[in-house]
Ligand binder design. Structure first.
Ligand SMILES: Nc1nc2c(ncn2[C@@H]2O[C@H](COP(=O)(O)OP(=O)(O)OP(=O)(O)O)[C@@H](O)[C@H]2O)c(=O)[nH]1
Ligand SMILES: [Zn+2]
Length: 374
């Protein structure tokens, strides 16, 4: 009982920081948690989820809690790392009774056969997209990650890693420019974990919220995570002080407080992200194309052969690069395929479209053959 009054009083006292502030607790969460606090439940952030159980960091340390109440049939509503949970103050087992509505969420499609979304991380503010400068830039791939990031609700940030491998400053500035053009509204930051260049800027950006690292294998995510975490030892010690047992070390957690402020979520599943119903996200990545499309004569313009098409006009005039439009179409197609797996109605439509297209294709090639004979 004294536990509960400690939480409510310490949280409202303006001169003391709430013990969970380092893990993202703020006034907004506190207000939303009020009804649960009134029931005597403790707030905590989920730092790891296993089968049937999870680790929740509360003001009293890490609580191992049962997730039976927050494991509904809908896989997107299953409690996940980053959630703010309401936990029983006592009991064996202690249960997570509920979690607060998510501000943002990362989801991905699971296997190709059973396409249901899987929730990967919740309440992420910054999506750090790691792109290695050791390889040639793949702008299409960056756009794909950007779509996923925007879709989640988090603010994307592109980090060009291994900048030490591009010693020529002018060359580097061109690469940064290329990515900036591809990612309007997104900060692009060259960094090197080897020399430490740019790490201070990144540290400052991520200090104000929860971040995740996205990017293909070898992009330098782990190295970057270590650079942000500094000496892991500090982190481990801090956790041990909190729970007083030293059972949980950094290796068992997918959510870590950064020494420079902010929180980093690094769940293994986030590494090979797919695109999951990210149509709005795709629209945000290609905002300039969607703006042009709004000026097409027909609102359902496919920008193929329609008259009064603003997209094709921009393409012809050279203000819209062909690569951008192709990438946009590719991502939309990819997205529709993913959505179609779960949406039978759309699947039927796509099937119809496909049959129409192939019928058209047959007609075209027959016409061509006919023309050849003439
Ligand atoms: N030169 C240079 N090499 C780096 C830098 N950062 C990472 N590397 C190297 O790049 C390789 C891949 O780095 P990782 O951090 O393991 O990449 P990752 O994205 O975590 O890869 P996965 O764990 O497979 O997802 C390693 O050999 C690192 O040593 C850097 O700033 N400069
Ligand atoms: Zn058009």
């Amino acid at each position: 009982m004294s536990d509960v009054s400690f939480h409510t009083s310490s949280a409202s006292a303006s001169d003391t920081r709430h013990p969970l502030a380092s893990h993202g607790w703020d006034e907004g969460w506190e207000a939303e948690f009020a009804p649960y606090a009134a029931q005597g439940l403790l707030p905590g952030r989920v730092v790891r989820v296993d089968r049937g159980q999870c680790d929740v960091l509360t003001a009293d340390g890490i609580v191992r809690a049962d997730t039976a109440y927050v494991t509904p049939h809908d896989p997107l509503r299953v409690v996940c790392t980053g959630d703010w949970a309401a936990v029983d103050p006592v009991g064996d087992p202690r249960f997570v009774r509920a979690y607060l509505p998510r501000r943002t969420a990362f989801v991905r499609s699971t296997s190709s056969t059973r396409s249901e979304g899987q929730i990967l991380a919740a309440n992420v503010d910054h999506a750090i997209i790691a792109v290695s400068l050791a390889a040639e830039l793949d702008l299409g791939r960056i756009e794909r990650f950007l779509a996923l990031a925007w879709e989640s609700g988090a603010q994307p940030l592109v980090v060009l890693t291994k900048s030490d491998l591009v010693p020529d400053a002018t060359g580097l500035s061109y690469l940064v420019e290329d990515v900036e053009t591809t990612a309007p509204g997104v900060q692009v930051l060259p960094v090197s974990s080897a020399t430490g260049d740019g790490i201070d800027v990144l540290t400052a950006v991520v200090s104000g919220g929860t971040s995740v690292l996205l990017g293909v294998s070898g992009a330098g995510k782990s190295t970057l995570a270590n650079a942000l975490l500094g000496e892991d030892v500090m982190e481990v010690r801090a956790i041990r002080e909190i729970d007083g047992k030293g059972r949980h070390t950094t290796t068992t957690r997918n959510l870590l407080a950064l020494p420079g402020g902010g929180v980093l979520i690094d769940t293994p599943g986030l590494r090979g992200v797919g695109l999951w119903d990210a149509e709005t996200g795709v629209g945000q990545v290609f905002a300039e194309i969607e703006e042009l499309a709004a000026r097409c004569r027909f609102h359902d313009c496919a920008h193929e052969t329609e008259p009064g098409c603003a997209v094709r006009a921009a393409l012809e005039e050279g203000s819209l690069p062909g690569r951008r439009l192709e990438s946009y179409r590719k991502l939309l197609r990819e997205n529709r395929r993913i959505v179609a797996k779960t949406d039978a109605r759309l699947r039927a439509e796509l099937g119809r479209e496909w049959r129409l297209k192939s019928a058209q294709g047959r007609a075209n090639s027959e016409a061509k053959r006919g023309g050849g004979r003439r």
